[in-house]
Design a binder for this molecule. Structure first.
Ligand SMILES: Nc1ncnc2c1ncn2[C@@H]1O[C@H](COP(=O)(O)OP(=O)(O)O)[C@@H](O)[C@H]1O
Ligand SMILES: [Mg+2]
Length: 503
């Protein structure tokens, strides 16, 4: 099956009002590695899920060697030799490696005897990929990089000749990454097509023959990797400046820090931040730029006291708000708009009133509680936050993502917080809702709040933030004042963690 050519033409995919893929064309040749580059939310995963048959495009065609395909689901894509390794693995951690491989094989029986033909067959690829992994070990005991190899083995066991890897290096250590590059090279030499979704230029340089770059749902470039300089790739990925939707907030009145972050260090299983020093004044909007996956989530959780610190402290108005050494109930000094508020900040099975009352329940004494008062407060909040429909008794899970986002913002910004930590607060919102979020945040700046705004939309940060700090690999690698910030320089810091030696 070598030499085959896959052509995606005019792929369109919308999710509600959002266009994830906008008239996208892509060619995939075998015996080559294609890097699919783009910022978070550019539409890369959606496009590849369309090819894999798991997502159905609204329009557009897929053809293999000129023959149009209509995959009804992944099984049909697999039958055509297409396999995909997702960002979220689908292994059963309690089972052994060989049990997982048997489960994934459509022909092998799940019950097996040692040395059986079925078992030998499913283990063959793994033995080549990762001879050090004992097939009898439990998946739960393996490192992330090893689990990824098992996912890859699953795909190769199905004889995939077109292999899609969704951000494979984002979970790997440098050593594991090098090893993966080696496997990709072998697969390509063997005549397979490998598509690597990534936002790392190092991945492109290490193994991509071709590069395709997406920005906001569109394919903005496709061609041989050698045709583009690093600088050009960065510019295509981050796009050209978009028109501003609001005025830049006025300069902070004070230069005394209201929020002081000292040597903050925190870890999760997969990411860590260290040595974070930041100061934010009253009325100042500090933007944190960075490609997703560089420690944003753990940094935000640690700043607001939801995640324990390994070291350092977070001081707001002279008080520590960090989890050091014990967690504390939020005291109204800090407001938090986490990423994906739908998952992280609401309880879908509770009604809107209860979701809005969560903070005040924690802060109020129980004898001060009145359900009637809470519902009345909720109705007023829903209306001022423009949540639709503004019905306090409605279950949160029935609202759209954008409306839940407005609800969380309304709840978190209802008091007079000194520090607001907002992660991607406008992600997925339309223009009008985005403008409302900015207006709301900027009113808090006028009141003297300090805001730390984590974003991947460099254009927005350049338009609104007073200063921009760049997070890369869990460290702040540079801070720029808005007047001196250049988008190219910040883009380089975001992607490389340093400025290139020669421009
Ligand atoms: N199942 C879905 N429902 C609603 N929106 C989605 C869904 N999948 C993706 N999106 C949205 O489509 C856009 C593109 O997403 P995605 O393809 O995952 O981007 P990328 O992989 O480049 O980060 C994003 O704004 C994302 O929020
Ligand atoms: Mg993705």
């Amino acid at each position: 099956m070598t030499g085959r050519h896959i052509a995606l033409r005019g792929i369109n995919k919308r999710f509600g009002a959002l266009t994830a893929n906008d008239d996208v064309d892509l060619d995939i040749a075998s015996g080559a590695c294609l890097a699919l580059l783009g910022e978070n939310g550019a539409g890369k995963s959606t496009l590849m899920k369309v090819l894999y048959g798991i997502t159905h495009a609204d329009s557009g065609t897929i053809s293999i060697d000129g023959v149009q395909q209509n995959f009804r689901g992944p099984f049909e894509a697999m039958a055509a030799g297409i396999g995909m390794v997702f960002q979220q693995f689908s292994l059963a951690p309690a089972l052994t490696v060989q049990e997982n491989l048997l489960l994934a094989s459509p022909t092998a029986p799940w019950l097996h005897v040692p040395g059986s033909r079925a078992l030998t067959a499913v283990l063959e690829v793994l033995a080549r990929l990762a001879p050090d992994i004992d097939p009898r070990s439990r998946v739960a005991d393996l490192a992330v990089g090893e689990r990824q190899l098992i996912e890859l083995a699953k795909v190769l066991n199905l004889n995939a000749r077109t292999i899609i890897l969704d951000e494979p290096t984002s979970v790997l250590t440098p050593t594991e990454t090098k090893r993966l590059y080696g496997f990709i090279e072998t697969l390509v030499a063997d005549g397979a097509a490998v598509i690597m979704i990534t936002h790392k230029l190092a991945d492109v340089e290490a193994c991509a023959d071709h590069t395709a770059i997406m920005h906001r749902g569109r394919m903005v470039h496709a061609g041989p990797s050698a045709d583009l300089s690093r600088q050009q790739m960065v510019e295509l990925m981050i796009g050209t400046a978009s028109p501003a939707t609001a005025d830049r907030p006025s300069a902070p009145a004070s230069t005394t820090p209201r929020v002081i972050v000292r040597k903050l260090a925190a870890d999760t299983e997969t990411s860590s931040v260290a040595n974070i020093d930041l100061e934010v004044c009253a009325g100042e909007l500090l933007g944190i730029a960075g490609v997703v996956g560089n420690g944003q989530t753990v940094l935000a959780d640690a700043l607001v006291g939801l995640h324990p610190l390994r070291g350092g402290d977070v001081i707001v108005d002279g008080h520590s708000v960090a989890w050091t050494p014990k967690p504390r109930i939020p005291d109204g000094r800090v407001a938090y708009v986490p990423e994906q508020p739908v998952h992280n900040a609401v309880v879908p099975d509770l009604d809107l009133s209860a979701n809005l009352g969560m903070r005040s329940i924690l802060q109020r004494r129980f004898w001060q509680f009145s359900r009637q008062q809470q519902d009345a407060d909720a109705r007023a909040l829903l209306e001022s936050a423009d949540v639709r429909p503004p019905e306090p008794m409605r279950k949160a899970g029935t609202l759209s993502g954008g409306n839940l986002q407005k609800l969380v913002l309304g709840r978190e910004l209802a008091g007079a917080p000194s520090l607001i930590v907002a992660c991607y607060p406008t992600m997925g919102l339309d223009v009008a809702a985005t403008r409302a979020v900015y207006r709301n945040l900027f009113e808090h700046l006028d009141r003297g709040a300090a805001i730390i705004w984590i974003s991947e939309e460099l254009d927005d940060l350049l338009d609104y933030a007073h200063r921009i700090a760049v997070l890369h690999g869990g460290r702040i690698v540079g801070v720029r004042d808005w007047a001196s910030a250049s988008r190219a320089e910040i883009g380089d810091l975001m992607l490389l963690g340093a400025l290139p030696q020669c421009a």
